[in-house]
Design a protein around this ligand. Sequence first.
Ligand SMILES: Nc1ncnc2c1ncn2[C@@H]1O[C@H](COP(=O)(O)OP(=O)(O)O)[C@@H](O)[C@H]1O
Ligand SMILES: [Mg+2]
Length: 259
Amino acid sequence: MRRDWSTLPEAVVTEVAERVGGIIDVRPARTGNHAEIASTVVGSSGMVFVKAAVTGLSVQTLRYELAATRAVDWFPPAVLWHFERADWLVVGAELLDGPHPDLSPRSPDLDLLRVTLKALQGTPAPRGNWFTPAGRLGFALPEMEGRTLVHSDINPSNLILTAGGLRVVDWAWMTEAAAWVELALLAQWLIGSGHSPAAAEQWLAQFPAWSSVTPDVLDAFAAMNAAKWEVKAGQSTHGWVHDLAAWTGSWAAYRGRAR
Ligand SMILES: Nc1ncnc2c1ncn2[C@@H]1O[C@H](COP(=O)(O)OP(=O)(O)O)[C@@H](O)[C@H]1O
Ligand SMILES: [Mg+2]
């Protein structure tokens, strides 16, 4: 859960200030909600995006994200520095400048997403001890196993349209998996952006990985994913959990009906 920048201990703020030549302004991110601190810091020597964590699981997650981000070229923001002080882990990254893309039907931003996804789909996972599909998602199919770099949380708030292309933030869930898993996890967000399940699938079918598995496998994936979010929605009052339950549910229902 987000905290306010003012809750950071002075020792941490001082260390950040030293790295940016004195803090002029701090602007909390308006999207996302997991990282405890996620803010643009304007310093006299430039701007940096700062993520920081203090509680056990958040620190573990940010540590994982730091390792993942450093292991992957171009797609994630470059890590500029990091330090640990007063129980906080603090990471300063390249500030990616631009809006989030619009993934609604016929949006021109979908062409930029295609370019980034094509490149991601052709990138092997870096060497390391990354999430397996089962570890990441809590359900498993043998076909989910693979060697591709899978971000696994591609959604508008984790995408930034920069002058150099569509870049991807929030690598806390980076997974080593089959390439189609990335596409299957994007279906829910395309649906959430206004695509019908059929239109979402039609867009995803342009990627060769989509047809690398049989329809039965996609049926099983959609059903297990929807069941997972239905359980989560029953235990949560967060709007985004209920949205995901609805979107994954509509994809699973469509696949169930289509066959
Ligand atoms: N390097 C970056 N440059 C610019 N904005 C960023 C950067 N990293 C994250 N953001 C913004 O901050 C938001 C929250 O960061 P994110 O890494 O997605 O954390 P979380 O979703 O876990 O809270 C993102 O939705 C994005 O808008
Ligand atoms: Mg995010």
